[in-house]
Each structure stands twice: as structure tokens, then as C-alpha cells.
Design a protein around this ligand. Sequence first.
Ligand code: ADP
Ligand code: 6PG
Length: 180
Amino acid sequence: MTTSSEKAFLVIMGVAGCGKSSLGSRCAQALGVPLLEGDDFHSAQSVKKMRSGVPLTDADRHSWLDVLAKELQLRLSTGCVLTCSALRQRYRDHLRQAVPGLRFVFLALTPAQARERVAARPAHLFPVSLVASQFEALEDPCSEPGVLSLDATASLESLEADVVRWVRVGEPDGPVEVAP
Ligand SMILES: Nc1ncnc2c1ncn2[C@@H]1O[C@H](COP(=O)(O)OP(=O)(O)O)[C@@H](O)[C@H]1O
Ligand SMILES: O=C(O)[C@H](O)[C@@H](O)[C@H](O)[C@H](O)COP(=O)(O)O
């Protein structure tokens, strides 16, 4: 349970287009904690790679996660909501090392739904051709502790309400699935 003296620390995770930024900003506001947009911390080289349709490697993501871990540690006294793809378990563990007990909200959707959403925002750095590689990298976090798995196609209002309830009311042992 998160009490008023204990600040919320959450990562909103999932593939490109799942709604991390949209839900993250709402949750940060609702929970009264700062928002950290993980994409703002990619290196120029990684941004260039993604823009040109080349998926990031573990090594690209390792240095990015190092930066994000430091940014999380700078917010230990305030809590925060971080948006970060965090596709593999080792990436999530990297962030957990910075903030023990860090919680993850996983926005689940199908490859077709992700492609449709990414294709609808052509000015964005992430091309639709890379969506398949996101699903290849994705390791389902549902067996890990402190994970709330949500249907990314639910309304943002209901997703926000589910997250706020989870943070404020507490979590049972193990992952939680909330129906849309
Ligand atoms: N729950 C939702 N229902 C409908 N559309 C959504 C939802 N969440 C996000 N979107 C839309 O999907 C697209 C991708 O959302 P975004 O928040 O940028 O995802 P991400 O940060 O994971 O790439 C945006 O056009 C956004 O408006
Ligand atoms: O690990 C990765 O491959 C990247 O983090 C990747 O997921 C990308 O940065 C975003 O997903 C694109 O930006 P959006 O998340 O805003 O779509």
C-alpha cells in the first residue's frame, strides 16, 4: 500500500504505441508525482537508429537504462512515474536495482493494434516497420512481483483509475490482471 508519506514509484511499460506517454502523464498528475519520459533520454545515436528503422540492441538500451536508473534515484524523495518500454526482464531488473520495490504497469495490446497506433503518428521518431521487433524483444512481465497488467485498449480514464486504485489501495501478492 502507498501511504501519503510514501511516494508512488511506477514505470508505465510496453511496446511502442501501447499508450505509455498518454497514461503516464495522467497518472503522474493524478498521483502528484513528477513524470519522466524515458524516450527523452535516448542517445542521439539511438534516436538516429530508430528513425532509420534499425532496432535498438541490448547494448544501446543498457546505457539508456543506466541514465534512467540515475534519474529515478534523483527522485527518491518525490517518487515518480517513468514511461519506458522496459521490454525484457533484465531491463526491468536494471531499474529495480535503482529503486527496490519499483512497480510496473504493463499495457498489453496486439501487434496489429500497436502497428495501427504507430502508423497514425507519422511524425514520431518510431517507424511502424520497427513494431515487430518490439514484440520480438518483449518478455511478458506478468510473473514478476509488483506488476499490474492492463488492456491497453481500455479507455484512458479507466486505465488511470485502475492504476491509481492499485497504488493507493495496495496490491495482492503477485501480478494483477484488471479487466477493461
Ligand atoms: N487507451 C487508449 N485508447 C485509445 N488510444 C490511445 C490510448 N492510449 C494511447 N492512445 C493513442 O495511441 C497512440 C500512442 O500512444 P502513446 O501514448 O504515444 O504510446 P507510447 O508512448 O507507448 O508509444 C497515440 O495516438 C495515443 O493518442
Ligand atoms: O526500447 C526500445 O526499443 C525503445 O524504447 C522503443 O520502445 C522506443 O523508444 C519507443 O517505444 C518509441 O517511442 P514511444 O514509446 O513513445 O512509442
